[in-house]
Design a protein around this ligand. Structure first.
Ligand code: PRP
Ligand code: MN
Ligand code: MG
Length: 179
């Protein structure tokens, strides 16, 4: 990976410690509540798998997969559901799990969409927050690390579908995507 990794931004050990903290906060905040943890594929896969194992209260899990329309229309905020939840969510407390909040368009869509289904509450847990690129003022209820405006890969995050499996978060070498 030396060919594509400029530098490691968040190490495996730092991720592990932060995920444990997040799981403890969530366990305290949702004690006694009916919590459904919703992972947003594909980016959230790795964080979701780690996070749910650090939650010490009974929960259920589900997944959604979403995609922005086409190539250049991301700024329109149009998001398409590729895989929806398996069950209705009325009266449930929903925690959306995302790898990163960048412009905020994906989470803005998901928050509106899930709130409209009659959930008891809808909150957001991200491992990375890149506030410098925000187009919609969204702040995750739980977040691991605030990161600078650099292209990052690993821990679920991809570049053209590659590098999701890296166990750390790394900055991609600029020459990889400027080619
Ligand atoms: C990435 C990331 C978030 C979203 C954040 O997903 O996983 O879901 O973009 O960007 P935003 O705040 O600007 O909306 P992507 O659409 O690349 O799909 P993926 O999770 O399958 O990689
Ligand atoms: Mn994603
Ligand atoms: Mg992606």
């Amino acid at each position: 990976m030396e060919q594509v990794v400029e530098r490691i931004l968040v190490s495996e050990a730092d991720l592990k410690a932060k995920v444990k903290e997040l799981g403890e906060s969530i366990s305290t905040d949702y004690a006694g509540k009916d919590l459904l943890v919703v992972g947003i594929l594909k980016g959230a896969l790795v964080f979701m798998a780690d996070l749910i194992r650090s939650i010490r209260i009974p929960i259920q899990i589900d997944f959604m997969a979403v995609s922005s329309y086409g190539q250049g229309t991301r700024s329109s905020g149009a998001v398409r559901i590729l895989k929806d939840l398996d069950r209705a969510i009325e009266e449930k407390h929903i925690l959306i799990v995302e790898d990163i909040v960048d412009t905020g368009l994906t989470l803005n869509y998901l928050l509106d969409n899930l709130k409209s289904r009659g959930a008891a509450s809808v909150k957001v847990c991200t491992i990375l927050d890149k506030p410098s690129r925000r187009k919609i003022p969204i702040t995750p209820d739980y977040n691991g690390f605030v990161i600078p405006d650099e292209f990052v890969i690993g821990y679920g995050l991809d570049y053209a579908e590659d590098y999701r499996h890296l166990p750390y978060v790394a900055v991609l070498k600029p020459e990889v995507y400027s080619k």
